[in-house]
Write a protein that binds this ligand. Structure first.
Ligand SMILES: O=P(O)(O)OC[C@H]1O[C@H](O[C@H]2O[C@H](CO)[C@@H](O)[C@H](O)[C@H]2O)[C@H](O)[C@@H](O)[C@@H]1O
Length: 268
């Protein structure tokens, strides 16, 4: 039987689901966590998946080849939110960590940076205004100004000074400046590797770091005419416009993501 040609961009959602359902055995769904599966909260420790998310991911994992979460959070955090989902793969810290056969596997190139990151987190707490929330993630430090937007410039300046001093990389995000080790690893690299043998892949993201994942889908389509990639943005008042303009379609919220998937699952 002749293979269905992949849908063309801009996409019709109907065609996208029809093609995906026909390719289910070679399809991967990738999801960012914060802002995509979880509504944004002032306190990053308080974030939880939207109520319908766990059930819908479990069902999706039962009909497609693979479901994976690709996040800037550590794997330990993702495990605490998704431990009930046995069939969902977890990539933490932009792929520096992977949950594999019951263990966290860390990119060895990043490990020497653990002490520097720990020291940096302490320094941030001592030097930045008390309204800045410092999130220590073992291999990176996130400086949050969501509850103190007037301090954005101070945080940006401090972050860039420390990055220069220690040779770190700066990742911008939603009301956050994150300092990371100088190790080549980003969400785009996770997706490039993850779609090598896939016929179809979807990526759902809301933040600047997710645009590289969208780019990886496009790059795969460019070299493999049979591969079909769908980039889905989740709207937000901070990075939303930039992420949406790089995506095939935009959904309103994590709840809308769950509902979109629920409806899509009816096609399988
Ligand atoms: O890759 P992600 O899973 O999307 O992680 C990106 C950052 O998400 C978290 O911060 C964001 O969500 C917080 C909770 O809703 C919010 O308070 C904050 O303003 C957002 O930037 C996480 O805390 C960061 O470590 C991640 O880099």
């Amino acid at each position: 039987m002749a293979q269905t040609p992949r849908p063309t961009h801009p996409l019709s959602i109907d065609e996208a689901w029809a093609f995906t359902a026909g390719q289910a055995a070679s399809t991967t769904f990738f999801f960012d966590f914060d802002g995509v599966l979880s509504p944004v909260t002032d306190d990053p420790d308080a974030s939880q998946p939207a109520p319908a998310v766990l059930g819908v991911l479990e069902r999706l994992a039962g009909v497609v080849n693979r479901v994976a979460i690709v996040s800037a959070r550590p794997v330990s955090f993702l495990r605490s939110r998704f431990s009930s989902l046995e069939r969902v793969d977890l990539y933490g810290l932009y792929g520096l960590e992977v949950w594999h056969e019951g263990d966290v596997v860390t990119n060895p190139a990043a490990l020497p940076w653990v002490p520097a990151m720990s020291d940096l987190a302490e320094q941030a707490k001592a030097e930045l205004p008390g309204s800045i929330l410092v999130e220590y993630k073992r291999l990176s430090v996130a400086l949050h100004y969501r509850t103190a937007p007037a301090e954005a410039a101070t945080v940006e300046r401090w972050g860039h000074e420390q990055a220069e001093r220690l040779g770190l990389r700066v990742q911008g995000g939603r009301m956050v400046v994150e300092l990371k080790p100088p190790v080549d690893q980003d969400k785009g690299m996770v997706i490039t590797e993850g779609v090598r043998d896939a016929g179809c892949a979807w990526y759902f993201g809301d933040d600047m770091s997710d645009i590289k994942a969208f780019d990886a889908l496009r790059a795969r389509e460019a070299v493999d005419p049979s591969f079909f990639g769908v980039a889905v943005a989740v709207a937000n008042p901070e990075t939303g416009a930039e992420v949406s303009s790089a995506a095939d379609l935009t959904l309103d919220s994590p709840d809308a993501v769950a509902e979109f998937l629920r409806q899509g699952l009816e096609r399988f």
